[in-house]
Design a protein around this ligand. Structure first.
Ligand SMILES: C[S@@+](CC[C@H](N)C(=O)[O-])C[C@H]1O[C@@H](n2cnc3c(N)ncnc32)[C@H](O)[C@@H]1O
Length: 213
């Protein structure tokens, strides 16, 4: 196999050259390209589903931070008839059977619009939302935790009894108050780092199953 090399363009920063080189060397990026997924993130959902059977029987799904749409593609492949509504700050190329909202999930009107578009309570709420990094570790942590908390509140308020919630979170797990809130509302709460999640990253996922009535 020939190894692709990134030439350091004069205008490209060392950081973006490193990012590009890592993308070219990444087996998940290659696999996503070969298998028609829009993102390597697709494999995080596939691997988490292998471990937790999250997608089993999913019929109504909300995908928070859907762009570019890898997770939605995975769900459609597994459940071609599932209703999926996704939201992102960024535009997303259309995906058959998926309703897309281009807006901030933190906007007060977002939860209502998502549920209206879905036409009923979801049985699965997914969030892969991450705040744009500022480089300041604590700020980044707090901003992403804010998104996790908002996603969890949305899931708790709207999930069908028995439903599941998956969210991007952090190494060391979620903070204590979020964790106890999830434990109060779900029969099982676990943390996992799928193999597709880069080893050096602080990214973990929280998986809450069995929404209590
Ligand atoms: C890691 S990507 C999601 C990848 C996706 N799961 C996939 O498989 O293609 C995270 C996304 O979260 C979105 N995001 C971050 N904050 C958001 C917010 N407040 N509202 C909506 N989307 C947000 C970002 O724009 C970004 O597209």
């Amino acid at each position: 196999m020939t190894k692709e090399r990134v030439r350091t363009a004069r205008k490209r920063s060392a950081q973006s050259t490193r990012w590009l080189q890592r993308q070219l060397d990444d087996p998940y990026v290659k696999r996503a390209k070969a298998e028609g997924y829009r993102s390597r993130a697709a494999y995080k959902l596939i691997e988490l589903d292998e471990k937790f059977a999250l997608l089993k029987g999913a019929q109504r799904v909300v995908d928070l931070g859907i762009a570019p749409g890898g997770w939605a593609q995975v769900i459609r492949k597994m459940h071609p008839k599932a209703a999926i509504v996704g939201i992102d700050l960024l535009p997303v190329d259309p995906i058959e059977g998926v309703t897309l909202l281009e807006m901030d999930f933190m906007d007060d009107s977002a939860p209502g619009l998502l549920i209206d578009a879905l036409g009923g309570p979801p049985d699965l709420v997914l969030s892969d939302m991450a705040a744009n990094t500022t480089g300041h570790k604590q700020t980044d942590h707090l901003r992403t935790m804010g998104l996790v908390e908002a996603a969890a509140a949305f899931a708790i308020d709207n999930l069908h009894p028995g439903g599941s919630f998956l969210s991007k979170s952090f190494a060391g797990g979620s903070d204590q108050s979020l964790l106890s809130e999830l434990k109060r509302n779900f029969t099982s709460v676990k943390h996992a780092k799928p193999p597709a999640s880069r080893k050096g990253s602080v990214e973990w996922y929280v998986v809450a199953k069995g929404k209590k009535a």
